[in-house]
Design a protein around this ligand. Sequence first.
Ligand code: UDP
Length: 349
Amino acid sequence: MKDPKKILVTGGAGYIGGHTIADLMANGFDIISVDDLSRGSMRMLHGIEKITGRKVKNYKVDLCNLEDTEAIFTENPGIAGIIHFAAYKSVPESVREPLKYFRNNINSLVNVLQCARENNINHFVFSSSCSVYGNAEKLPVSEDAPQREAESPYARTKQMGENICKDFSVPTRKFNVTLLRYFNPVGAHPSAMIGELQLIPENLVPVITQTAIGKRKDMQIFGNDYPTRDGTCVRDYIHVMDIANAHTKALQYMISEKNTERCEVFNLGSGNGVTVLELINAFEKVSGQKLNYKVGARRPGDVVEVYANNDKARKILGWEAKYSLDEMMDTAWRWELEMKKEMEAAKLN
Ligand code: UDP
């Protein structure tokens, strides 16, 4: 018998996986996490425990190992749905080591789908990304925009992953899939007990907070000669708790059999395009910190401008982006301060 509240989350010790677990638990779901901790951290799961007052069981298993993955399902009968976050996600690393990305991101997905089939689990959410659009022709980009060539092996694993899920959810199989395309997830849980853990970040917001706190001496804006309103690139930043809540809503939608199609895809963005300079200004205003930044060369592979049409998620899932840009910056900054406090306390002990 399926327990509609029992959900398996892969990559539960990662940034989006962890915040999603916190949101699922706040909505009454019971969670089993699988994370090999190669990129995620137990610190995330401990933080969730502090927020929810409940322990999250994590299996430290590599999902590329089918036998070990199957054993988790045997040990935990009655799982109603799976959210699959576990994947490598660095664009530059994927350019350097494409096979590593194909091996990990594709094999793990195929294994988890096989376990879903073997255990009759029919609700599946796949972590996708706006990178599947490549350089979108029309903005804001909607779900039915034609997919262009992937800009990196990472983006290609997301395009391939979506197609694998689609092929697997043919009508005869009774397998429901929701593909969620994230734009730029930022910020942290409002409690500041969990957040993004990147030792050497590449993404803009952790680079900003690490510069402001002094972990880095300075930072660069990658190009200010783009054809945008202030010359810097435009992205759609979206609070990680808004992203998290969309997963809860997608599961509820499938479990209550509201979906009309076996495989549905939703953009998760705020719908607002924000330039790098606008984001930096919002950060400086909210934190009261002056950022030490320079303008440098363009970063290879960057798209000029992308932001979402999020009508579909709002209409069909009843989802909305609740956090403002200022709140994104405020939670990101308070999380950075919390990490500093923890590091200092650890030094004293
Ligand atoms: N960016 C920047 N300096 C940094 C990191 C990022 O100027 O140190 C810019 C980057 O060029 C892009 C935007 O910030 O225009 C968002 O980059 P991020 O890596 O966070 O996300 P992406 O949209 O590339 O996935």
